[in-house]
Structures are given as structure tokens and as C-alpha cells.
Design a protein around this ligand. Structure first.
Ligand code: 5GP
Length: 219
């Protein structure tokens, strides 16, 4: 059996939600709101070689590791997907999917367009969502408002955003983030509608179907 088929089967009732967006489009806030609103969602904590920023702590936002350790794990085939983004390595460890499955939860991945492509190739029924800012101008304003970055970094991020946005057509769902509340509602609806799909509901409705079977036997 191919590796892809094994992974597809292995996901069972766990749906993998891939969320990508250019830096500054409000993705982290939306993912955070989504996790608050929907139960049984498990956020995948990636491995990265970039140093922690601000309040970030190991094992919380990321597992922070050295390049040598990342390369060792990569050679060991420990990652479901991995990519080099802004000069640093990022990767999703296979155990994240196992943990979500064991908890009978869905898995949410915040990964870049390269990682999204790799994962879709491996888990074809993964659901991918791309978040766009309403315009380049709004993205620029948001990046400046964060005032975390220098002018050069802002220019670089805008160029990178243009690159990433070019890949929108590889995603299943597109979300224009104009306003947090409305965008969160849309994200929540996407997750809920996937959870209502027949293949996901089949096990759940079995006991209901059985009550009708019983009724037929009685009549
Ligand atoms: P940041 O360093 O700003 O947290 O993330 C930079 C980029 O790396 C973001 O686009 C984020 O989605 C992406 N990223 C984070 N974790 C992973 C991962 O495990 N795999 C891939 N392919 N991209 C990731």
C-alpha cells in the first residue's frame, strides 16, 4: 500500500484543517478564536529552528530546536511536512496527528503554502483554508500598526505576501479577513460543515438508525 493511502486511512474520523495566510493577515487571532469556539480541535505545535519571539515559550507556540536537531529528525522521517520559510526550518511532527486521533479530535495546522501542498499530497481529504487581507494597502497598514518590524522587514513581508497569495488556487476555501468576528464565524462554519459530512456522521447516526430498525421489528 502506498504511504498516501496509509495516511488517508490512518486519519480515521480526524479531519486535518490546514490554515495558511500571509504574515499580518490576522491568521493567529482567527485560529485562536476558532479554537475557543469549537470543541475537540487540537492545534498542531510545529518544530522550528527560528529563535523564540517575545513571550513565546518552548512547547507552546513551537518546539524550538537547533538546525542540527531538525536535520536529524528530518532524516529520520519524523515530519508529516516541512519547509524552509524566511531562512528557518518549520515542520509538523507525525505525532501531532497521532495525538489528535487518540483524542478523537480534529487537527488544525498553521503552516505555509509549501507545507500545505505537501500535506494535501499525503492526506488528500485534508481541508485547506487560505486567509487573505482585503487588499495590499490594508495588509501594509496592519503590518505598520504592529510596529514590530523595521521598514525593510515590512517591504520584505509585502513581497512575500504577494508570492503566497499567488498560490491561493491550491486551497479548498478562501477567507477574506475584513473583520475578526465575521471571519471567525466563517471559519467556524467551515469546520462545522465538514463535521456534518456523511462520512464523518456515519458512525454517529448508527444508533439513531438502529432505533428505527427496532421500530420496524416491533410493527
Ligand atoms: P512565524 O515564524 O511567523 O511564526 O511563521 C512563519 C511562517 O511559517 C508562517 O507562514 C507559518 O504558517 C509557517 N509555519 C509555521 N509552522 C509551520 C510548519 O510546521 N510547517 C510549515 N510548512 N510552515 C509552518
Amino acid at each position: 500500500m502506498s504511504k498516501t493511502a496509509t495516511l488517508n486511512r490512518a486519519t480515521g474520523i480526524t479531519t486535518v484543517f490546514i490554515i495558511s495566510a500571509p504574515s499580518g493577515s490576522g491568521k493567529s487571532t482567527l485560529v485562536c478564536e476558532l479554537m475557543k469556539r469549537i470543541p475537540d480541535l487540537y492545534f498542531s505545535v510545529s518544530y522550528t529552528t527560528r529563535p523564540p519571539r517575545g513571550q513565546e515559550t518552548d512547547g507552546n507556540e513551537y518546539h524550538f530546536i537547533s538546525r542540527a536537531e531538525f536535520e536529524r529528525r528530518l532524516a529520520n522521517d519524523e515530519f508529516l511536512e516541512s519547509a524552509e520559510v524566511f531562512g528557518n526550518y518549520y515542520g509538523t511532527h507525525r505525532s501531532e496527528l497521532d495525538r489528535a486521533r487518540a483524542a478523537r479530535a480534529d487537527l488544525v495546522l498553521d503552516i505555509d503554502v509549501q507545507g500545505a501542498r505537501q500535506l494535501k499530497g499525503r492526506i488528500s481529504e485534508a481541508v485547506s483554508i487560505f486567509i487573505l487581507p482585503p487588499s495590499r494597502q490594508v495588509l501594509e497598514e496592519r503590518l505598520r500598526a504592529r510596529s514590530q518590524d523595521s521598514e525593510t522587514v515590512i517591504e520584505r513581508r509585502l513581497k512575500e505576501a504577494a508570492e503566497e497569495i499567488r498560490n491561493y488556487s491550491q486551497y479548498d476555501y478562501l477567507l477574506v479577513n475584513r473583520e475578526v468576528q465575521a471571519s471567525t464565524d466563517t471559519l467556524v462554519s467551515i469546520v462545522r460543515s465538514v463535521r456534518s459530512r456523511r462520512d464523518r456522521m456515519e458512525q454517529q447516526i448508527r444508533p439513531i438508525l438502529e432505533t428505527f430498525e427496532d421500530g420496524r421489528n416491533k410493527s
